[in-house]
Design a protein around this ligand. Sequence first.
Ligand code: C2G
Length: 130
Amino acid sequence: MRKVITFGTFDVFHVGHINILKRAREQGDYLIVGISSDQLNINKKGRAPIYPLSSRMEIIQSLRFVDEVFVEESLEKKREYIQQFDADALVMGDDWVGRFDEFKDICDVVYLPRTPSISTTEIIEVIREI
Ligand code: C2G
């Protein structure tokens, strides 16, 4: 069985998230998703997520092409998570291209094209202007 791991905040869930998770699952037989903790999102983006971790986890865990979810506490722990879950491939959107090449010694590293014209940041901005 080929295990795939991916990471993200998946805040204000949208079709771009669906697309990356579906395609990540197609890279193998079992998809594990590391979901950024609220504090990690504050560190990464300078603000708390709109949806708390528990809601983001519930949404992702409910998808038929996701097999397992866990909390991503730190960006620095990727190697540890890949090994802990025995992942054969790490999949990320191509906004992260090159950033995880250091893990090619323990698994395949695959960057998939992002879905154009949609992002959580843009959704928040549109709502703000209403
Ligand atoms: N994504 C996508 N298309 C979009 C928006 C997002 O393919 N239009 C992908 C991103 O490339 C990423 C995943 O969806 O692979 C999750 O995106 P975010 O929630 O924005 O994740 P991020 O906060 O960048 O966290 O350790 C890595 C980080 O935790 C990734």
